[in-house]
Design a binder for this molecule. Sequence first.
Ligand SMILES: CC(C)(COP(=O)(O)OP(=O)(O)OC[C@H]1O[C@@H](n2cnc3c(N)ncnc32)[C@H](O)[C@@H]1OP(=O)(O)O)[C@@H](O)C(=O)NCCC(=O)NCCS
Length: 269
Amino acid sequence: MLRDERIRDVDIRLAMPVDAEHIVEIFRAGFPRTLLPYTIYDQPGIVDYLRGMVASQRLGTTSVTAVATYRGQVVAWAQFHRHPTLLFLNHIYVTPDFQAAGVGRLLLRDAIALVKDPGQIYLGSEAFITNHKALRWYRSLGLTPSDRFDWVKIHPVSSRDKPTWWSFDGLITGLASQKRFGFSRFLLRTARAEYVIRLLGRRFYRGNSFDIIDDPSAMTALHTLDPERSLMIITRAEGGEPLYPTVAQGQQVRGRIDVALAVLGHLPI
Ligand SMILES: CC(C)(COP(=O)(O)OP(=O)(O)OC[C@H]1O[C@@H](n2cnc3c(N)ncnc32)[C@H](O)[C@@H]1OP(=O)(O)O)[C@@H](O)C(=O)NCCC(=O)NCCS
């Protein structure tokens, strides 16, 4: 027996540019409000950006997005990151009024069929460690906990005593993207390493490695570019207590696609 009759009128398809506004609305309704500023979904150009992203997703982009519609209206969406053997469910959001009605399962099952590449055998995803509901949902699909990710926030300061050297690569195109979308990406090179840096809105940088904290040239470069911005680093937790102040912690989960599909095939959707 169906637990919710509305599921009969739910269809799954790849996202189209017209869906972008609904995708953002559903994300904002489901994502923790205090953490929204750390994401691109809080930035003014996100709808414009998503329109472009889904318009080009057939070309082989990293992200692929699918939506669930109820009588033609978008009620859920899922976004995957493509890797050679791993299909990573980066986001899945069901609009609150449709949660626990089977839409998430239906969307995941049919979206995998739409987006899976032949070499992909693993399915991964992530939720905040406080999001017990989502983590239970993943477990029911055979996805078990793998890595923890810390969301760390620090404030870059200039080095006073050490010699520094850096170069920004892609800063001009980055600033143009910043103007259009409210977020951007460029490379920061120092004698020690190369860092991918994102600008998010007016208040944050985002990086992906703790190494940058111990690199005086990189910290001085970020402080010089904009002394007001804090740096958010989202990186794999080493175990034990986090070394830096965290604003959130993510739990990744992983399993086999065939196992998840077998579960999804058996459940009443
Ligand atoms: C997690 C999420 C995608 C699941 O999709 P869904 O359509 O709500 O879930 P489904 O109806 O397909 O699955 C229902 C099952 O999940 C659990 N569940 C999910 N949401 C639930 C809810 N609101 N109330 C009760 N059970 C819920 C139940 O255990 C249920 O299992 P059961 O059939 O054994 O009772 C959805 O709830 C959601 O969008 N949550 C907010 C955003 C989020 O946390 N996303 C994941 C992290 S990125």
